[in-house]
Design a protein around this ligand. Structure first.
Ligand code: ATP
Length: 349
């Protein structure tokens, strides 16, 4: 089912948690709401769920206006980070809960409930654990039970708030891939909240970057990463080297770097900020091809890449470069060396 959010505003007192937010989620899409703490991600999810009502704006789910409907009437399933399982109920009963509390006329029979729960246990790969209690499960297993419980009532929309937030990195990674596969299998329209850019970029069909109750940019992971529309998005989606400068006669001068000024910033004296990802900082052999010179301060090999921390010769500021291990091996550089750098892609704002 598709979700249509139109100009939604939500205030708490005088504070705008959401300010004129518009977003469309296509049927079957997996969308990540990404942003720093307090940017409004959870509020937006709660507004979609019907747990919070907007002060202004409209929400449609599959073309039906639901702005003033409660959560029960929206056919949404949700899993919150601290949405604890019932401790006194077994895994089986936790998953069956939503089916058992249905009104009598639509409640499935015991047999149907059993077969549905066993099917879900299989889906979330917890077959054999039906009789366990939440205390006897790992954090990752509990999250999967919470997901199975949300899926039991066959929601048309699945809303997940930091579903893997409390788990360690390895379990998070595994669950992420598992959720991606599950989504491919079920294709339920899903919106999930995260403040982890890697999680958003890896998992989502589309990433929605939020800040101060507004959407800064929405696009495919590739698009928001490669073409961020402003410094906030650039910085939030990965590490960035930042260069400050000014425009003089159509040329943006950022320390030793000189490039044509962007069209919207041609006036003399305009301030310019340049951003470069570490993997776009290239070490070149000839200093005449280079944009700047720097000294190698630290070398950190991390898996297949090597991260270099450098100090610019012109102003002593730090700059990060990231190379593949093979490139690094060929270059034969060590700390204290002076190297010539070229910026493969410089984004100007
Ligand atoms: P986090 O990543 O920390 O969970 P978030 O992006 O999900 O943050 P929200 O939980 O949506 O942010 O909160 C947005 C802003 O609205 C915050 O400044 C928060 O303090 C405020 N806020 C949220 N709920 C309420 C409430 N019930 N009453 C008052 N202020 C609230």
């Amino acid at each position: 089912m598709k979700i249509h959010i139109d100009q939604v505003t939500k205030q708490f007192g005088t504070f705008y948690a959401l300010h004129k937010v518009s977003l469309q989620v296509a049927a079957g899409e997996l969308v990540a709401l990404l942003g720093p703490s307090g940017s409004g991600k959870t509020t937006l999810l709660r507004v979609i769920a019907g747990l919070e009502h907007p002060d202004q704006g409209e929400i449609h789910i599959n073309g039906i206006p639901v702005t003033h409907h409660g959560a029960r009437d929206r056919q949404v399933g949700f899993v919150f980070q601290h949405y604890a399982l019932f401790r006194h109920l077994s895994v089986f009963e936790n998953i069956a809960f939503g089916l058992r509390v249905r009104p009598r006329r639509v409640r499935p029979s015991q047999r149907e409930i059993k077969s549905r729960v066993l099917e879900l246990l299989d889906l979330v790969q917890l077959t054999g654990l039906a009789e366990r209690y939440p205390d006897q499960l790992s954090g990752g297993q509990r999250q999967r039970v919470a997901l199975a419980r949300a899926l039991a009532v066959e929601p048309k929309v699945l809303l997940l708030d930091e579903p893997f937030g409390a788990l360690d990195t390895k379990v998070r990674r595994d669950l992420r891939q598992w959720l991606r596969r599950l989504h491919e299998e079920l294709s339920i329209t899903t919106v999930f909240v995260t403040h982890d850019q890697e999680e958003a970029l890896e998992l989502a069909d589309r990433v929605v970057v939020m800040n101060h109750g507004k959407i800064e940019q929405a696009g495919t992971p590739e698009d928001v990463y490669q073409n961020p529309i402003n410094p906030f998005v650039f910085d939030f989606l990965g590490s960035a080297n930042v260069f400050h400068g000014r425009v003089e006669e159509g040329v943006a001068r950022l320390g030793p770097i000189q490039v044509s000024a962007p069209e919207n910033k041609l006036a003399n004296g305009e301030s310019i900020v340049g951003f470069v990802r570490p993997h776009d900082v290239v070490i070149v052999p000839q200093s005449k091809e280079a944009d700047l010179a720097a000294e190698v301060v630290y070398i950190h090999p991390i898996g297949p890449t090597v991260r270099l921390e450098l100090r610019r010769m012109d102003n002593k500021e730090r700059i990060l470069a990231e190379l593949h291990r093979e490139e690094y091996a060929e270059l034969q550089i060590k700390t204290g060396d002076q190297v010539a750098l070229k910026l493969r892609k410089l984004s100007l704002f």
